[in-house]
Design a protein around this ligand. Sequence first.
Ligand SMILES: O=P(O)(O)OC[C@H](O)CO
Length: 470
Amino acid sequence: MTRVLAIDQGTSGTKAVVVDDDGRICGLAEQPVTPDYRAEGIVEQDPQALLDSVLAAGRAALAEAGVDVDIVTLANQGETVLAWDPDTGAPLSKMIVWQDRRAEDICRELAAHAERLADKTGLVLDPYFSAPKMAWLRRHVTREGVVTTSDSWLIHQLTGAFVTDVTTASRSAICGLDDLAWDRELLDRFGLADERLPEIVACDEIVGLTHAFGGSVPVGGLVVDQQAALVGENCLVPGEAKCTFGTGAFVLANIGETPTRSTRGLTTSAAWRVRDRNQYCVDGQVYTAASAVRWLAELGWIDTAADLDQAAAETSQGAFCVPAFAGLAAPWWRPEARARFTGMSLATKPGHLVLAVLEGIAAQVAELTDLIGTDAGQPLERLRVDGGLTQSQRLMQAVADLTQIPLDVYPHAHATPMGAAALARMALDPHDETRLVDTVIDWQPSAVYEPGWSADRAAAFRDDWRAQIG
Ligand SMILES: O=P(O)(O)OC[C@H](O)CO
């Protein structure tokens, strides 16, 4: 029996899970982390606070489990970056979070190269991805040390290695999608040609040993959190898709071993590399899901996300919300966009606007699932869903109504660490015959949501909602 300590370092918190081969969770701990949201699209985190949360959550989960683990794995935010000193490990900047919009100017300057970048990387020239923010750090903060994604720094703290994994590299906009290697031409474009970059490793590689959790434990099975959830939800076959409702909502669909570029404004990335084979996914993003809900709480319209279903009115009374609190991603790619509420009258109450936010998130997800279907040449048949906001029945029903796709709800809140744990099991013996499908824990949905609206009603709502984007 092997046991994995899987650490999910997300935007709003770090979760650590000790899980065995049968998927039994023997230890679980969570540490909140609070991004600093400021005007002008600034979203930062304190690197030390992130590291402390990783250590504290990991140690608490192990203490609860009361067992040793065979491997530690990390699922990370895909596109959050920082500058740091590779000799001392000391941070030289704040973490610039994926939601941060400051690199907009850099993207505008490089607009002439957007098509070439899309062709090489499968991504879009947008501040969401790592390279524009790395370039921004170089221009405005420091020329010292290295600039990397958060995973490289955390793994360096844990093991001394200087690595990133293929999935994180594929979210950078400086990594070729076909070979999953750093791209000289794009590095040059971003002014990053002289950077010392981490080695890109596979998702079934051991990258070093850590003493941070007691004893000496291998670290491996590294992966972006969204891709980890794709694995955890068992979307291992082309056409299978999931949406994780976390800080943002991210729809990813497995597209197999060929890195087909989207023709619909979505992005294509590495889903994983195991046993030297690359698997790819197409993805679309709603930048603010739980963070839009957190904003509702800050306004005092709800206490916590658990109140959403009660607080949301029966109808929005004609109010719409485009929840672009941190810009709009696929397929619009408008970093400068901001959230909009429209259609309000003097009779509009907070409950109507709470529902409008839920419907706005659902409408954005519906745009993405449609486009994924169009790209693939056949509509998605089902959508697997996970993440904290799947607790909101109103939101889930709105997603089923507007996407017109049945939803299968993952039975607990830990799809991401379960996916990372599956990859970590693959890393434990890289030469054996085990396939990824053998290491993923089977699951049955805890709930299924069927579309309740007619196709015409959903289409009419979505036309009206789309008209509010402006
Ligand atoms: O922190 P999460 O779980 O919302 O995910 C962050 C993503 O990796 C951003 O692309």
